[in-house]
Design a protein around this ligand. Structure first.
Ligand code: F6R
Length: 249
């Protein structure tokens, strides 16, 4: 929602959306580079941002876009998946983006999958975000149950980075990739709603007709933890990037 109460909504074909979103990210990277500053980008995994990452890789290869001044923070990671496990979000990010651009890998942060003490691990992640000055732009997807990151229904606005239990709906949505529901982790570490809301700008990206119903609820439903994505309505600089199918309602 912007201050007039109207969410900024960009609707178009998926290809157009990804180009427009890449333009916004590249604009931020270049502007910060010109000022000698790092650009702090919050990233999501899942199928929705795949074409965005492909476009960013293309711009690096063909247009010389550099990620040398970029620091990234991912929203979440499954518990107990090793970084080289192909289903881990660590592996996902390397495969889809990090291994194909000139980003400094030591400046790419993803919540840990292993920890002795979940609270200190979560707090350490938050501290690292703060240390880099907070997130300039956070990309988020939306789950069919309205989750953002792995903030499942019931996640309050005040939640911070923490260990969470995944809902059956979320685990089912991931089951195919894991070769069966029984292989999908039951827990994850996720940025909290409040952590996400502290980003200076948030872009929610949704594509496909299967997201139309939840997108409608998220954008115009009552703001409540029942649909955590509704909290974005309260952000001063949030935008909804929707393809024509996801915007269908
Ligand atoms: C991924 C994440 C999730 C996904 C959401 C949509 O890092 O935090 O909230 O964004 O589940 O997933 P896809 O894009 O696969 O439909």
């Amino acid at each position: 929602m912007n201050n007039s109460g109207e969410p900024e909504t960009i609707v178009g074909e998926a290809e157009y959306l990804m180009i427009r979103l890449a333009d916004e990210i590249v604009g931020g990277i270049l502007e910060h580079a010109a000022a000698g500053r790092t650009y702090v980008l919050g990233l999501a995994t899942g199928s929705t941002p795949l074409p965005l990452y492909a476009e960013l890789v293309r711009r690096h290869r063909n247009e010389g876009l550099s990620f040398q001044n970029v620091v990234t923070f991912n929203l979440d990671e499954y518990e107990h998946l090793k970084p080289d496990d192909p289903m881990s979000y660590h592996a996902f990010m390397r495969k889809e983006l990090f291994d194909h651009v000139d980003i400094k890998l030591e400046l790419t942060f993803i919540p840990p999958a292993f920890y002795e003490d979940e609270l200190s691990a979560a707090q350490a992640y938050e501290r690292t975000i703060t240390q880099y000055g907070g997130i300039d732009l956070q990309i988020v997807g939306i789950g069919s149950n309205g989750h953002i990151g792995f903030n499942e229904p019931g996640s309050e606005q005040t939640t911070r980075t923490r260990r969470v239990e995944l809902t059956e709906a979320t685990r089912r949505a991931a089951a195919k990739g894991f070769g069966g529901l029984e292989n999908v982790p039951t827990h994850a570490m996720t940025m909290g709603v409040e952590t996400i809301m502290e980003a200076r700008r948030i872009i929610l990206l949704a594509t496909g007709a299967h997201k139309a119903a939840i997108v409608q609820k998220a954008m115009s439903g009552n703001i409540s933890s029942t649909v955590p994505a509704t909290f974005l309505q309260d952000h001063s600089s949030a935008a909804w990037y929707l393809d024509t199918s996801a915007a269908g309602r």
